[in-house]
Structure formats: structure tokens, C-alpha cells
Design a protein around this ligand. Structure first.
Ligand SMILES: [Cu+2]
Length: 118
């Protein structure tokens, strides 16, 4: 009796992990299909130290649809990877301006090879 009880949760766990793995794979594939993350550079004026940089980074990262952010106060810019269907460059600029910096969207020099014309 004790043995069966001990075995069952293990089976359930293995099953759960297997199902979870399959779910994860299909979700990842689906995400590749219908989300197009883009990378944009924003020119930011007013950042003077690593604290500013961090503040900008954290603020942008909190926005829905933002995948990752790199900010540099020395370069006065932030590079943001985001899903344009969820968040727009305008939203990102507004968030930066809310912090008291001025920001503008820098048009990509090289249009992405797929979807550039859309
Ligand atoms: Cu600062």
C-alpha cells in the first residue's frame, strides 16, 4: 500500500513534466509565428549617470510587450526589443518622458529583411 502511494505522485509528476514540455514547445513555436519582436533605438536626452540609465531601463522594461532593454547614459540611448502589436514606440517615449528625459525614436538604418514592407 505504501509503495503504491509513493509511486503515484511520481508518475503524476513525470506526466505533468511531459505535458508541460509539450505545451512549452508548442507555445514557443506559436510565438515565433505570430509575434514579431522588433528592436528600436531611442535617443534619450538628460541621462547623466548609471542611476538614470537604470531608471530608464526599469521603466521601459515594465511596459507590456517589452522584451528587453539596454540603456546607456553615455551614448544617450536605449535599445528596446518589443512586440509592436502590444507596445508602440510612442508608448516607450511617453514612459521615458514621464521620467523627465526627452526621447525620440530613431528610425532603423537597416529595415528588417522580412516584414520591412508591411
Ligand atoms: Cu542620474
Amino acid at each position: 500500500m505504501k509503495k503504491i502511494l509513493a509511486k503515484k505522485p511520481l508518475v503524476a509528476l513525470v506526466l505533468l513534466l511531459a505535458l508541460g514540455g509539450v505545451g512549452w514547445v508548442s507555445r514557443t513555436v506559436a510565438a515565433d509565428d505570430d509575434t514579431r519582436a522588433v528592436t528600436s533605438t531611442f535617443k534619450i536626452e538628460g541621462m547623466t549617470c548609471g542611476g538614470c540609465e537604470l531608471g530608464v531601463k526599469m521603466t521601459i522594461k515594465k511596459l507590456d510587450g517589452v522584451e528587453s532593454v539596454e540603456a546607456s547614459y553615455e551614448d544617450g540611448e536605449a535599445e528596446v526589443v518589443y512586440d509592436p502589436k502590444t507596445v508602440t514606440p510612442e508608448d516607450i517615449i511617453a514612459a521615458i518622458e514621464d521620467l523627465g528625459y526627452s526621447a525620440k525614436f530613431e528610425l532603423p538604418k537597416h529595415p528588417s529583411k522580412d516584414g520591412g514592407a508591411r
